[in-house]
Design a protein around this ligand. Structure first.
Ligand SMILES: [Zn+2]
Length: 155
């Protein structure tokens, strides 16, 4: 154990005093850094994060540039991630709600009421195609097989 002026009995593990806030904290409250003499940074994680937030606020451009560079160098990975993100059911609903509001100034509930009122004789056909579309949405492999078969039949 390190010697402390505070209350070491709070922790049953080695503690270290933060160079910035002066608080004694368990070692895992300090980031690892192999070049520091005890293998941990001199300031605690809370102070470290606060310092980095200040540095970013003072001059955000280098951080923004670094993210943009990464995005350009990893565009395929980023696109795959964004595709997956947009496929989440809650994203789809939110995107649709945003679109309806921007384009027509209506909510999804408004739209669905209008749509229901106009469906009439086509209800059965609509339900069938909607189920098929939902099913294909959930299964890329099946969608690929169906498209390949439709393509083969069409040629
Ligand atoms: Zn601190």
């Amino acid at each position: 154990m390190f010697s402390l002026g505070g209350a070491p009995e709070l922790y049953d593990q080695p503690v270290k005093r933060c160079k910035q806030c002066g608080e004694a904290k368990p070692l895992d409250e300090f980031y690892v850094n192999a070049t520091c003499k005890d293998g941990r940074r001199p300031e605690c994680k809370v102070c470290n994060l606060a310092g980095r937030a200040r540095k970013y606020a003072a001059n955000p451009q280098p951080y923004i540039d670094r993210v943009k560079r990464w995005q350009q160098e990893n565009s395929e990975r980023l696109n795959a991630y964004r595709r997956e993100y947009r496929r989440r059911p809650e994203r789809k609903t939110a995107d649709r709600e945003g679109y309806l509001m921007r384009k027509y100034g209506m909510t999804l509930a408004d739209y669905e009421r209008m749509f229901e009122a106009q469906l009439g004789d086509f209800r059965e056909e609509y339900e069938l195609f909607r189920k098929a579309a939902d099913y294909l949405d959930r299964d890329d492999e099946l969608a690929g097989l169906v498209r390949a078969r439709v393509g083969a039949l069409g040629s």
